[in-house]
Design a protein around this ligand. Structure first.
Ligand code: DGL
Length: 351
């Protein structure tokens, strides 16, 4: 009799999953990029991005089953130069649903590297969950001799499964470095060491799936969450454009954008956010017309603060945000605010 009871208990435990190590549940949301790319011939550098499915990417890292229970979700399959704000909103809505319904413990997003920093920053601004969200990609296609995608994906899943990665905002893992979405930018066109945080460096490293976060002093307080993805799915994001300044720049592009209905313009200025006199005159006129103008810089480090040359009433400065990230914050800011002082308060959270 005793033997019979022990057998029944063992069977119930097995069926109930008791005693089975419950591994973190990670959802990989694939969007395309080089990590899903295929070289025309393994010896060539030329390749076609966005060819493999998320299932194929998961099959490339079979050892991940020791670290996490993984499921795949194919949001789209594109090269990221074709990424759009509409896909940003869809991605953020899927992430919100996954966490709100307790469908997983962490999320990894595979993405082309060209605009990864933009999608990651958008999600960082609208995601209200503390679960780990980790972006990754690759600089070489999946069938090239030096393919970096499987290692990046393995590390990204291990990081998303690591409780230490929670409540740190959206993270980016590339070439064994961990970056914040707000600070990371692509700094090399072809080398696997293609991402940096020029001003503050990486948050830490991850090697063989083992993450090491540097001293907390690197971490700045996470900005307050001011945007609701639940509302954004029902509206088009305001149109915001970027104008580059350079020696001899005219205001033609700036003026054309104003004439064509832009709601905000980010100036990628020279030096500490400076620009030509023609652009300055057009910027002052645009601000008087109620168009938001943000002064950013094409320079990689230092950002733009308000104590700079030729400032004028109503202008917003980008602080540490690059022009491409200042555009994203301004797009979201304009869904809630119109006063320059209120918009500047949002940018001041990125000193
Ligand atoms: N077309 C580029 C992109 O999808 C390839 C770069 C990459 O993914 O590494 O971003």
């Amino acid at each position: 009799m005793k033997k019979y009871i022990l057998t029944v208990v063992a069977l119930v435990c097995f069926l109930s999953g008791w005693g089975q190590e419950t591994k973190p549940r990670i959802t990989i949301i694939a969007t395309g990029g080089t990590i899903a790319g295929i070289a025309h011939t393994p010896a060539e550098n030329a390749y076609t991005p966005a060819q493999l499915t998320v299932e194929t990417l998961i099959r490339q890292i079979p050892q991940i089953t020791h670290k996490a229970s993984v499921q795949g979700l194919q949001l789209c399959n594109i090269a990221s130069q074709h990424m759009t704000p509409g896909i940003w909103v869809r991605l953020a809505s899927v992430v919100d649903s996954l966490f709100s319904g307790d469908h997983c413990d962490g999320v990894v997003v595979t993405h082309g590297t060209d605009t990864m920093e933009e999608t990651a920053f958008f999600l960082d601004l609208v995601n209200t969950h503390e679960n780990p969200v980790v972006f990754t990609g690759s600089m070489r296609p999946s069938n090239s001799p030096g393919a970096d995608g499987p290692a990046n994906l393995y590390n990204a899943v291990c990081l998303a499964a690591d409780p230490a990665a929670g409540a740190k905002g959206v993270l980016v893992v590339m070439n064994e470095y961990i970056f914040s979405a707000s600070g990371v930018t692509k700094t090399h066109t072809v080398n696997p060491q293609a991402f940096e945080n020029p001003d503050h460096g990486p948050l830490g490293t991850i090697r063989g799936g083992n993450a090491v976060f540097y001293h907390p002093c690197h971490e700045r307080p996470l900005p307050e969450k001011r945007f609701s993805i639940a509302e954004l799915v029902y509206q088009d994001l305001p149109r915001v454009d970027i104008v580059l300044s350079y020696a001899g720049a005219t205001s033609l592009l700036f003026d054309t954008l104003v004439e064509n209905g832009t709601e905000g313009i980010v100036i990628a200025g020279v030096g500490h956010g400076n620009y030509s006199r023609q652009i300055e005159n057009s910027a002052k006129k645009a601000v008087r017309q109620g168009i938001a103008v943000v002064r950013a810089t094409r320079v990689l480090k230092g950002g733009v603060s308000s104590d700079t040359e030729n400032t004028f009433e109503g202008q917003v400065v980008s602080r540490s945000l690059s022009p491409q990230k200042a555009r994203i914050l301004l797009m979201l800011a304009l869904t809630v605010f119109r006063e320059p002082a209120e918009i500047q308060h949002l940018f001041d959270q990125y000193p």
